[in-house]
Design a protein around this ligand. Structure first.
Ligand code: FDA
Length: 306
């Protein structure tokens, strides 16, 4: 309920202005975002890799409304991938792309073309791309772009959201050899007609999807911080006799860092989704909505600046 209220408030332009201009916002942002520049992204990637973690970098931005902005977002990825290659970080670092940032809302062929340029740059640099999942109105388009890209770049990953009623069926379609699938709960405000609207149902769907992915020959990317789901994933991995390295865990930058290290120490592959850039508003609001304690953290920071 609180999550839905925060996500609804976050879509108001007035809230956006208030939060974006609050002096405290930047210090809160730093907990979840690597920084604004490509240099910041490369520096944080190096720190995470040195700690034994893998990385997926996300250039912040979504719902792009003009062509120049979509092109600039794609170009930022090309520059980033060149830098990651030069710095020999591509064995451990890939990129995550939101199709709406590279023009999906304007013209799907433009978004596909931009995504293809990013995949080519990733392949040149020795790494790959995962296409993020956004709200349910874009799911068919995103999965069709992924299918198209995978013909030339088979390692391109898709993201599926367990809160969507359709996702178990999508898992069955995508549980194919070589197919990288990130399974997350889902972070957008969705109607009950398409999404489970309570936490236990979402968790049950997550486990059903996890079973489908782990039973298949693909490469599941288990994206959650939920201690119960991580324990269930460990159990299911053992049940399906999946050797370490045939799947990975994924978490967000700044969320449960101790758990990230615990899993790495246990020999697991753990990839940290690491956003950077100045378009942090939508991303920050989804992180605040996930956990009431984050709102308290935000408000404490406001009070301490007064
Ligand atoms: P849940 O929200 O139930 O949290 C479980 C526990 O984790 C909490 O009790 C708390 O301890 C901790 N926690 C979770 N979120 C926290 C936060 N923000 N701050 C502090 N602690 C927190 N979504 C989407 O719609 N499309 C996408 O493409 C992606 N991509 C993606 C990549 C990766 C690597 C991850 C980990 C997540 C995503 N997500 C996403 C977000 C995802 O859908 C979901 O909203 C969050 O991961 C929170 O869900 P959890 O599974 O962590 O469980």
């Amino acid at each position: 309920m609180l999550r839905r209220t925060i996500l609804a408030a976050a879509s108001s332009e007035r809230t956006r202005q208030l939060v974006s201009r609050a002096p405290v916002s930047r210090s809160v942002v730093r907990r979840f975002v690597a920084g604004e520049s490509i240099d910041d992204a490369v520096k944080v990637t190096r720190q995470l890799v040195d700690a034994g973690l893998s990385v997926s970098l996300d250039h912040l931005g979504e719902d792009t409304t003009d062509e120049a902005q979509a092109k600039a977002a794609a170009t930022a990825y090309l520059t980033l991938l060149d830098r990651l290659g030069e710095q020999q970080l591509t064995a451990s670092a890939e990129v995550s792309v939101k199709l709406s940032a590279v023009g999906l809302g304007l013209d799907s062929s433009m978004a596909t073309e931009h995504a293809r340029m990013i995949c080519e740059a990733a392949a040149r640099a020795g790494t790959t791309v995962t296409v993020d999942a956004e709200d349910h109105t874009t799911t068919d388009a995103a999965l069709s772009v992924v299918a198209d890209l995978r013909r030339d770049f088979p390692s391109v990953g898709a993201v599926l959201q367990a809160y969507l009623r359709r996702t178990e069926a999508d898992c069955r379609d995508l549980a194919q050899a070589g197919s990288r699938v990130r399974l997350c709960k889902g972070a957008y405000k969705e109607p009950a007609s398409v999404a489970f609207d309570n936490a236990p149902d979402v968790d049950r769907s997550y486990v059903r999807c996890l079973n489908v992915l782990l039973a298949g020959p693909g490469y599941p990317m288990i994206a959650t911080h939920d201690p119960r789901l991580i324990a269930i994933a460990g159990d299911r991995v053992a049940f399906y006799q999946r050797p370490q390295g045939t799947y990975e865990y994924q978490m967000l930058y700044g969320v449960r860092p101790d758990e990230q290290i615990r899993l790495v120490t246990a020999g697991e592959k753990v990839r940290i989704y690491t956003p950077f850039g100045d378009e942090w508003y939508g991303y920050l609001m989804r992180r605040l909505a996930e956990r009431p304690a984050n709102i308290a953290f935000f408000l404490r920071a406001v009070v301490s600046t007064k």
